[in-house]
Design a binder for this molecule. Structure first.
Ligand code: AMP
Length: 352
C-alpha cells in the first residue's frame, strides 16, 4: 500500500511517501514559504497538488495533527465528525491545528475516496492518570476550559518506545521506559507497560525541560511579575518564554547546541552554564520518572541532541543508576515520526 505522510505547517508542507508494509521510503520532500510574498505557491491546496503530481498513485494518506485534546486517544480515520473535532481543538493549538486541517481539506478535495488518517501528537499521552494531568488550579479550569497537561511529541515517544521494546526483545506491553526527545523542543515521558504515565510538556509545549528557545519550568509568578513590574504585554511575555529563553536566552549565543558546545569549548562561561542547566534539569526529570516508574528497563534518547550529543546523554546519566537494583540500559534510537504515522495509517486503512 502506497502511503503518503503529510505534515502541514502554517507556511510549509513536508511529506514522505512509503510503500507499506515493507516500510520502504519511496520519496520525500517539502514545499516552503507557502503564501509568502514572491512565492509561486499561494496556498496549501496548490502545494499539495504539486506533491501529488510528484509522487504518483497514492492509496492512503496520514496527517500529523498537533492537538487532539481529550477527543482522540489514538490515530483515527478522517470523516466529517473528525474534521469538526479537529477544528474544535484549534482553540488549544491556534497555530498548528488550522494548518493541519488545511492539508486534510485540500487532500479531501483533490483525492476523493482515498482514505485519510489523523495521527495526533497528544494521543500517546492520553493514558496519563488524573494525578499526572490535573494542575493545582481550581478544578473548574479543567472542567470548563480543559486546562490540563496534554503532552506533546507523542508520535516520537511512541516510535522510540516500540523500537526500544524490539531491541529489548520484549512486547511493548512489558516494558517500562523513560523516553527523552531532545531536539529544539525537548520532552520526556515515563512509559509504564507501553503507555505514558507522565510527561514533561503540559497544557502547551512550553512546560518541562530546558529547550532551544523555550524556558521549560519556571515559577508562574514570574509571569505576573513581568506583566506588572516590567509592564510587558501578554504577547511580549509569550514571545520571551517561547522564543528568547532556554539555551538561547541563557547562553546569549544561539538555540543550537552545536554552536553552544563550540563556544563552551572556547571557554564561554554562559555557554557552559546553559549546557550545565540543560543537563541538570534533564537529570532531575529522569530521576523523578525513575521514582514514578519504580523500575525502568531503559532510558532512551532521541532527536537532534539525543542522537548526536553523547556528552549530554553521558552527563544526564552519570552516577544516576549507581544505587539501583535494576540498572536501566541507556539507548540512543533515531526517531522517525513520519514512519510511525505511515505505520498507523496503514494499520487503520488495512482493517477496512
Ligand atoms: P531537532 O529539533 O531534532 O532537529 O534538533 C535540533 C537540536 O539538535 C539542535 O540543538 C542541534 O544543535 C542539535 N543537533 C542536530 N543535529 C546535530 C548533529 N549532527 N550534531 C550535533 N548536534 C545536532
Amino acid at each position: 500500500m502506497r502511503v503518503l505522510v503529510i505534515n502541514c505547517g502554517s507556511s510549509s508542507i513536508k511529506y514522505k511517501f512509503y510503500e507499506m508494509a515493507r516500510e520502504k521510503l519511496i520519496s520525500k520532500g517539502a514545499i516552503e514559504r507557502i503564501g509568502e510574498k514572491g512565492s509561486p505557491v499561494t496556498n496549501h491546496r496548490q502545494g499539495l497538488k504539486l506533491i501529488l503530481k510528484a509522487v504518483g498513485r497514492v492509496e492512503a494518506i496520514g496527517h500529523r495533527v498537533v492537538h487532539g485534546a481529550e477527543d482522540f486517544r489514538e490515530p483515527t480515520l478522517i470523516n466529517e465528525k473528525v474534521i469538526r473535532k479537529i477544528r474544535e481543538c484549534s482553540r488549544l493549538a491556534p497555530i498548528h491545528n488550522p494548518a493541519n486541517l488545511e492539508g486534510i481539506l485540500a487532500c479531501k478535495a483533490l483525492l476523493k475516496g482515498i482514505k485519510q488518517a489523523a495521527v495526533f501528537d497528544t494521543a500517546f499521552h492520553q493514558s496519563l492518570p488524573p494525578r499526572a494531568f490535573i494542575y493545582g488550579l481550581p478544578y473548574r479550569f479543567y472542567r470548563q476550559d480543559k486546562i490540563r497537561k496534554y503532552g506533546f511529541h507523542g508520535t516520537s515517544h511512541e516510535y522510540v518506545a516500540y523500537e526500544a521494546a524490539k531491541l529489548l526483545r520484549k512486547n511493548i506491553s512489558q516494558v517500562n521506559l523513560i523516553t527523552c526527545h531532545l531536539g529544539n523542543g525537548c520532552s520526556i515521558a515515563a512509559v509504564k507497560n507501553g503507555h505514558p504515565i507522565d510527561t514533561s510538556m503540559g497544557f502547551t509545549p512550553l512546560e518541562g525541560l530546558l529547550m532551544g528557545t523555550r524556558s521549560g519550568d519556571i515559577d508562574p509568578a514570574i509571569i505576573t511579575y513581568l506583566v506588572r513590574k516590567k509592564k510587558l504585554s501578554p504577547e511580549a511575555v509569550d514571545e520571551i518564554l517561547n522564543k528568547e529563553s532556554g539555551l538561547k536566552g541563557i547562553s546569549g549565543i544561539s538555540n543550537d547546541m552545536r554552536k553552544i558546545t563550540l563556544a563552551a569549548k572556547k571557554g564561554n562561561g554562559r555557554a557552559k552554564l546553559a549546557i550545565e542547566i540543560f543537563i541538570y534539569r534533564l537529570k532531575k526529570y529522569i530521576w523523578a520518572y525513575l521514582g514514578v516508574l519504580g523500575e525502568a528497563d531503559a532510558v532512551v534518547f532521541t532527536a537532534g541532541i539525543g542522537e548526536h550529543r553523547p556528552e549530554i546523554v553521558r552527563g544526564a546519566c552519570l552516577g544516576l543508576f549507581n544505587n539501583l537494583r535494576v540498572k536501566p540500559k541507556v539507548m540512543v534510537i533515531p526517531t522517525d515520526e513520519e514512519l510511525m504515522i505511515a505505520r498507523q495509517t496503514y494499520k487503520l486503512v488495512k482493517k477496512i
